[in-house]
Write a protein that binds this ligand. Structure first.
Ligand code: AHM
Length: 340
């Protein structure tokens, strides 16, 4: 696991992002500032999630979001923080959030910019009441239209076109993990000074994976291909190794662990959810980008996530993400046993 050695120089997230900007001759600083504001949102959200058991913010708001799931109060807070830090900066043409049914426009009184920001403000929020790690996921694209308010065309982009993405995980420590296409870098929040410090430079998936992560409670709903694949991961079906099962049920935490320990996370389609559960734009694309930048691979089970062209804001997809050989094996089982 890549970790900073004692005595290594201390790099703040601001320094790290700025150093990367210096390598790009035509950079205007907009992306740098955007990433920095996302990190700031992460600090604000972390300060609430770590006090979730103390404040009167647990439980639902009584509203339902577009997915029909109960909205937790911390989701609402996280959504507001990210929006308010980004609506007026002139860097964005529009935003999209898992918590909002429509594209989020930039208010008329503020200028628009060249990027769009898509985010899941608090992934895994059904776990908050149980003190389980949750997180924020984000994806940044360049707008497609020339100017004016951002449109659906600007936000419905393929993973292959992502400019930057990553996540913040609010766990035993808060981490910010991001990529701008030159590898994956992880920072740990030092809460005593409020700074994200580089703790995991150039993260690469370990070559020998340890874990497989899926909700095996749904096994009876899975196709034959997925059931056989799962048995293969457990050392059956002709496999020459077996992996340990780890499933938190909070995607960021599951994928983050597998990023550092090696493994595969999958949330397939099943007889009740024919398109899977996870959202293309807010979950699959950014998490797949991180894993691929760390040397892994992400697939729908039949084709690369990065080639998937979303046609709806809240589109869902089956997702297989992790070490390349493990994800390719899923594609093999699906191609062999499941009808397209
Ligand atoms: P959410 O948007 O309600 O937070 O749902 C997304 C979460 C993921 O973090 C996680 O991987 C998955 O739902 C768990 O689903 P399940 O409980 O069906 O295993």
């Amino acid at each position: 696991m890549p970790k900073i050695k004692p005595g290594h120089k201390i790099t703040t997230i601001e320094r790290h992002i700025m150093d990367r900007q210096a390598d790009l001759p035509d950079a205007t600083g907009a992306l740098t500032s955007l990433l920095y504001d996302i990190a700031l949102a992460g600090k604000l959200i972390a300060s609430r999630t770590t006090r979730a058991g103390l404040a009167d913010i647990l439980g639902g708001t009584g509203q339902e979001n577009i997915q029909g799931e109960e909205v937790k109060k911390l989701d609402v807070y996280a959504q507001k923080v990210i929006y308010q830090l980004n609506d007026h900066t002139g860097r964005l043409a529009a935003m999209g959030s898992e918590e909002e049914d429509e594209i989020i426009p930039i208010p008329d009184k503020y200028p628009t910019g060249k990027y769009v920001l898509l985010f899941d403000p608090l992934d895994g929020s059904s776990n908050i009441d149980f003190n389980v790690s949750v997180g924020t996921i984000f994806a940044i694209f360049k707008r497609k239209t020339e100017s004016g308010p951002g449109t659906l065309e600007d936000v419905l982009q393929k993973g292959a076109d992502i400019v930057a993405g990553g996540y913040m995980v609010y766990g035993s420590s808060t981490m910010f993990v991001y990529s701008t296409g030159d590898g994956v870098h992880g920072f740990t929040l030092d809460p005593s000074v409020g700074e994200f410090l580089l703790s995991h430079p150039n993260i690469r998936l370990p070559e020998k994976p340890k874990y497989y992560s899926a909700n095996q409670g749904y096994q009876s709903r899975w196709t034959e291909g997925i059931q056989r694949y799962t048995r293969w991961l457990r050392g059956e079906e002709g496999a020459d190794r077996s992996l340990s099962l780890r499933y938190i049920g909070s995607m960021i935490a599951d994928i983050h662990r597998n990023l550092l320990g090696g493994g595969v996370f999958y949330y397939p389609s099943d007889s009740r959810a024919p398109t899977g559960k996870l959202r293309v734009l807010y979950e699959a694309i950014p998490m797949s980008f991180i894993i691929e930048q760390a040397g892994g691979y992400a697939s729908t089970g039949r084709s690369p996530i990065r080639d998937l062209q979303p046609t709806e804001l809240h589109q869902r997809t089956p997702l297989f993400v992790g070490n390349k050989d493990l994800v390719e094996k899923a594609e093999e089982f699906i191609a062999k046993y499941d009808k397209a």
